[in-house]
Design a protein around this ligand. Structure first.
Ligand code: BGC
Length: 261
């Protein structure tokens, strides 16, 4: 637990399930004031709020489309109305689906890129404007993926969006470092969340994935949330512009294990 996080205000986009809800719970345990954004899963967001409050924090749920400027403005306005301030913005909302690239419909490309990359830009832009206006030492944390580094055939739109998040994070970390605003990403590998539920329910697919992970197991959402809490805390006060991979070693070229190659 990080005592400096007590009563701090945080927005988490895509907080109604998976890694987003795990981050919400962890911030609840840190006794923070947590705004849980959702797009369409109102029940999931209400459940996340209940989890936050049970853990000892305060929570509210806010419906907003992070791919729009109005959605992000609404998110900030409702958070300020409820909690009076903002300290940390977590751009976590994300989508993925699978297509051969030569068959990938333009609207699917646009859906994934507008949530995973444009949503990160708009969330960061909204947070930056607030932090600059209030002269705050703000903190922005983006959910990227191992696929900001590892190419992923049949997920070209997803990989492209996460590659974009990597350079966007690095660029704005540099641009606003002198203003004492930190910007970092987390890079989850294969984590047990609804986005992966179907895949990991199939023993063969699960075995294929774990064979690509040196630690030979799927990650837990709370292991990703722990990395987010560290980036949110003052323990990482000299850290900006990184992606903190939480992947059991998936980004370490595991096919070279044992001297193969
Ligand atoms: C994806 C998962 C995938 C993992 C490793 C993540 O970014 O969301 O579906 O299992 O990368 O490939």
């Amino acid at each position: 637990m990080y005592s400096e996080l007590v009563n701090k205000v945080v927005i988490i986009t895509g907080g109604s399930k998976g890694i987003g809800t795990a981050i919400a719970e962890r911030f609840g345990k840190e006794k923070m004031k947590v705004a849980v954004n959702y797009h369409s899963d109102e029940a999931g967001a209400n459940e996340a709020v209940a989890i936050i409050e049970k853990a000892g924090g305060q929570g509210i749920a806010i419906q907003a489309d992070v791919a729009t400027e109005e959605g992000n403005q609404k998110l900030l306005a409702e958070t300020l109305k409820a909690f009076g301030d903002l300290d940390i913005w977590v751009n976590n909302a994300g989508l993925e689906n699978q297509y051969n690239t030569h068959e990938l419909p333009l609207d699917e490309w646009e859906k994934v890129v507008s949530t995973n990359l444009t949503g990160v830009f708009l969330g960061a832009k909204t947070a930056l404007n607030y932090f600059l206006r209030e002269d705050k030492r703000g903190n922005i944390i983006n959910t990227s993926s191992v696929h900001e580094q590892i190419p992923w055939p049949t997920f070209a739109h997803y990989a492209a969006s996460k590659g974009g998040v990597k350079l966007f994070t690095e660029t704005i970390a540099m641009e606003y470092a002198a203003k004492k605003i930190r910007v970092n990403s987390i890079g989850p590998g294969a984590v047990n969340t609804p986005i992966n539920a179907e895949k990991f329910a199939d023993p063969e697919k699960l075995a294929t994935t774990t064979s690509m992970i040196p630690m030979a197991r799927i990650g837990k959402p709370e292991e990703v949330a722990a990395a987010v809490a560290w980036l949110a805390s003052d323990e990482s006060s000299y850290v900006t512009g990184i992606t903190l991979f939480v992947d059991g070693g998936m980004t370490l070229y595991p096919s070279f294990q044992g001297g193969r190659g």
